[in-house]
Ligand binder design. Structure first.
Ligand code: NOJ
Length: 580
């Protein structure tokens, strides 16, 4: 196997005992930071947004798959952590071929996760706690179980039903070859041939992901109008925004030309710049239309792009003032543990995003990548999507992974802008390697016959109580992906109140980030060479040692650190220091 403060307009004050509300940020400070905020109520410019992957967060029903009632029951712990918002990955009706990113009905909750009433209860509890609620929207494709695709299957070539998708005749004398050479992100061809209702081999349909995820045709006004309806459905239910799946994939070159890929697909389309399926200019009209829909609502609702676009200067087009509010900073996420590279990507990010008046965002982990403690300690290349398993080369040493994971987090949470956290990272969870082949569920694993491990290792249901069934994930002890025997060591209840724990480091950092207004403060480098990065951010000095030797600790009072300090900054460590 190869390696492969303000109290926001529609939110109440935080509950007593919860984290301190954000301070009001003076406008001149925002301007200095390159954040041309017209109002300090633009909460998203500085927010920390916590990703909930519902199937792996908390299971109230006991079937081994997390659900919305489980989320509601555990929201207090997120408010206590000190985040500003939650983003939920899809919980819509779906056959779950791609863990819910294959949506059969965009305006209903899958029974696996509960009901629309469960959603309302969850959102209302989140809002009571002062947490904004962002939901995922998946506009590039539907499930093949969606009523539209079912109708397309049953209809003739050239019909209005087929025109909602990208159907083409095949090449070759009998149309037996796919219309072009595009590859699915999950491996194999991006085309699947239909068997027509009369049993004969028929047209091909495009799927940039799994064959169960046919791409819709965004040149079709019916498609555009339907998604306006879907947006309004959730906005009317009170959501604070959308994380937009595959925001660089909706527009395809009209000729669907062949494209010769000269490198391994190393992410969700990012390596394929120039590819006629990705980052085409046509997407921007769609985002302008969506922005108008979102702006129709009060309460500062947002759009966040999942756009694997490089370089950052190009990604900035997704967050121009009339398009989306934020885009995930994947170039930051993909940067290895190397001081020069990290400094460069921070500088590029601040410049690119501020050039269009958008906040920089920062992210280290999500449900598609190897959890960052493990990833940053790998000693062999591991492109996004390949994942790691027991046979992967360059596997991380646990102590290096732990230290780098903590240090990287503390650096990220000090940076100006908005940050995204992925459930379980506050516990310091590493990637799980030892998932048996017959329990793996990521289509990447199956479409590559196990050549790529895929993404299951970051999706294992998270541990809440060390000694409870399924570590508190599920009352019955069931878990859709097996939890390793050592999972309980990382459980939340083991970490609560332990100042050396990952959980307490995250809490301390989030509280200090608020208290010192770091997210809206200007960044100035004190030094950024030799793998020791030292920056002034507001009144705090953030120092991160990525070298193999201890480094000088800047003078002052340490307010948060990723390691116990003895007068120096050890390798793989970050500290926040306040002037004495
Ligand atoms: C990106 C999502 O994050 C990923 O999990 C999903 O597989 C693809 N888009 C396809 O929807």
């Amino acid at each position: 196997m190869t390696a492969a403060e303000p109290v926001w307009p529609h939110l109440p004050e935080r509950a007593a005992g919860g984290p301190t509300p954000a301070r009001s940020v003076p406008l001149d400070v925002l301007r200095m930071a390159g954040m041309a905020a017209s109002t300090t109520t633009e909460w998203w410019r500085t927010a920390v947004i916590y990703q909930i992957y519902p199937r792996s967060f908390a299971d109230a029903s006991g079937d081994g798959i997390g659900d919305l009632a489980g989320v509601t029951a555990r929201l207090d712990s997120l408010a206590a952590l000190g985040v500003d918002a939650i983003w939920l990955s899809p919980f819509y009706r779906s056959p779950q071929k791609d863990a819910g990113y294959d949506v059969a009905d965009f305006t209903d909750v899958d029974p696996l996760f509960g009901t629309l009433e469960d959603f309302d209860a969850m959102a209302s509890k989140a809002h009571e706690l002062g947490l904004r609620v962002i939901v995922d929207i998946v506009p590039n494709h539907t499930s093949d179980a969606h009523a539209w695709f079912q109708a397309a299957r049953a209809s003739a070539p050239g019909s209005v039903e087929r025109a909602r998708y990208i159907f083409r005749d095949g090449r070759g004398p009998n149309g037996e070859q796919p219309p072009n050479n595009w590859e699915s992100v999950f491996g194999g061809s991006a085309w699947t041939r239909l068997t027509e209702p009369d049993g004969t081999p028929g047209q091909w349909y495009l799927h940039l992901f799994d064959s169960s995820q046919p791409d819709v045709d965004w040149t079709n006004e019916e498609v555009r109008a339907e998604f306006d309806r879907v947006l309004r459905f959730w906005l009317d239910r009170g959501v604070d925004g959308f994380r937009v799946d595959v925001a660089h994939g909706l527009a395809k070159h009209p000729d669907l030309p062949d494209f010769v890929i000269d490198e391994l697909i190393d992410s969700m389309g990012a390596a394929q710049m120039g590819h006629p399926a990705w980052a085409q200019d046509g997407v921007h009209d769609i985002w302008r239309r969506w922005r108008a829909v979102v702006d129709d609502y009060d309460g500062d609702r947002i759009l966040t792009a999942e756009a694997w676009v490089e370089p950052l200067s190009r990604m900035a087009a997704w967050v121009r003032p009339d398009e989306m509010h934020q885009a995930f900073n994947f170039p930051y996420l993909m940067t290895p543990w190397d001081g020069t590279a990290v400094k460069e990507v921070i500088d590029d990010s601040l410049e690119a995003f501020s050039s269009v008046g958008a906040p920089a965002t920062w992210v280290l982990s999500n449900h598609d990548v190897v959890r960052h403690p493990s990833r940053l300690a790998l000693t062999a290349p591991n492109p996004q999507g390949v994942g790691i398993g027991p046979d992967s080369p360059g596997l991380p040493r646990p102590e290096v992974a732990r230290a780098r994971g903590r240090a990287a987090t503390l650096l990220m949470l000090g940076l100006p802008g908005s940050a995204y956290l992925f459930q379980g990272e506050e516990l310091g969870l590493p990637e799980v390697l030892d998932i048996p082949a017959d329990r793996r569920q990521d289509p990447t694993f199956h479409r590559t016959a196990g050549e790529r491990y895929g993404r299951d290792g970051c999706r294992v249901p998270i541990p809440w109580e060390a000694d409870a069934p399924a570590c508190g994930f599920s009352p019955t002890g069931e878990a859709w992906l097996p939890q390793p025997s050592w999972w309980g060591e990382f459980a939340r209840d083991r970490q609560e109140g332990d100042p050396g724990s990952s959980l307490e480091m995250y809490r301390a950092a989030l509280a200090a980030r608020r208290e010192h207004g770091l997210a809206a403060a200007p960044l100035t480098w004190v030094s950024g060479t030799d793998d020791v990065l030292v920056a002034r951010i507001g009144d705090v000095t953030v120092a991160c040692n990525m070298s193999t030797e201890a480094a000088a600790l800047p003078a002052g009072r340490v307010i948060v650190s990723s390691e116990a300090l003895d007068g120096t900054l050890p390798p793989n460590a970050t500290a926040w220091i306040l002037d004495a």
